[in-house]
Design a protein. Sequence first.
Length: 317
Amino acid sequence: MSTPSEAEHERSEPELSVVVGERRQLINLAYRLLGSLAEAEDAVQETYTRWYAMSRQQREAIASPGAWMTTVAGRICLDVLGSARARRERYVGAWIPEPLPDRTEWFSGRAGDGSGEPADPADRITLDESVNMAFLVVLESMTPAERVAFILHDVFRYPFPEVAGIVGRTPAACRQLATSARRRMRAAQAPAAATAGQAGLVRDFKEAWEAKDIKALVGLLDPDATMTADGGGLVGTVLRPVEGSGRIAEYLIHISDKAPGLTLLERTVNGRPGLVAQHSGVTVTVAAFSLTDDRITHIWAVRNPEKLRPWTEITQN
């Protein structure tokens, strides 16, 4: 026969398993909404804090804990996006979304609590087209409401009445927000290159950079290519985009000359082939690429060490 405490534990266990099971979905949602793993973790933590701040009776009265948590997380992210716009206006140089490694390249062990859960949220991010760097950069051009409506409806397939409850607007207004966001996405995104083709082009780019072959680099870059770097004012880098294949190639050679011993590694960055630069075994840059017609059209180079945390424990194969 169960004791009162055992019976209470049995009743609470289903609730616990349900809310803990929502964490992966919430991290995936928050990362796409915020473009920052650190901010996504904070938003999800705040969601759980609000859940457990309620009394047991209040929690039991919620028919769908998952829906409740998604609504709260979405509203928290909407608030964060509003304040983030002001913060990013004061950011030193360009702000680039935080790059993520592929889960097969992630080395973090398991959480020490015996749950078997990965120790870091980066291992729980589902890598698909909605997290490639070009996609995330376009999201940055949207208003907070556009971004939330678009991600919830077009990526996570929430119906507009549910989106409306999160955004605080009518379903019709949310439909218009998503339509506007979709239009921005179509206008800004180039056709996706095949992953195999991109991998080969990135490999050629890596080899040309290592050889300091400026002619080969120029040939791999679109004449109007752009390179954007993000150092956050914490490390040295260009503060404005470098435009044109010739200027980008010259800048890359300049970097090689300034940092002898730089090691370039082919890695998956946000689900696409990219490069990681290490110096003395420390990851100093993660680069993502956008391609069109077998040429590199954009390079996003993240150098801000605060955004490279998920890369610090990647195995060096």
